[in-house]
Design a protein around this ligand. Structure first.
Ligand SMILES: [Zn+2]
Length: 94
C-alpha cells in the first residue's frame, strides 16, 4: 500500500515462511550493532524463486557456507522504546 496516497496494489500474497532455500552469499559483519557479533547476514535464494537478504541465526560463523540449506524463522531482533521487535531470519536446516 502506498504510504502517501493509500493506493493498494493488486499483487497476490505469496508466502515464503514455509519455503526452503539456500545461502547464495553471506557476510560476517563486525561493525553493525548486533545481539551477537559478528552479525551473520545472508542472501537466501528460495526454492521456486525469490530472494531475501536477512540475518542468519543458529549458525556458527565457521560453519556458514555458500549453498547451505536454510529455512525461515521469526526471531527477536532487538528492543527499542520498551518494545520487542521481531523479524524473519534464516537458520540452517539440521
Ligand atoms: Zn501513491
Amino acid at each position: 500500500m502506498c504510504i502517501k496516497c493509500q493506493t493498494k496494489d493488486d499483487f497476490e500474497d505469496y508466502k515464503f515462511s514455509d519455503k526452503k532455500g539456500h545461502i547464495f552469499t553471506y557476510t560476517l559483519d563486525y561493525l553493525t550493532p548486533s545481539r551477537e557479533s559478528p552479525a551473520v547476514v545472508g542472501v537466501v535464494d528460495f526454492e521456486g524463486g525469490g530472494r531475501v537478504m536477512c540475518e542468519v541465526t543458529e549458525c556458527e560463523t565457521s560453519k556458514i557456507k555458500i549453498g547451505m540449506p536454510v529455512e525461515m524463522c521469526f526471531r527477536k531482533v532487538g528492543r527499542k522504546g520498551g518494545i520487542h521487535n521481531y523479524f524473519w531470519k534464516a537458520k540452517p536446516i539440521s
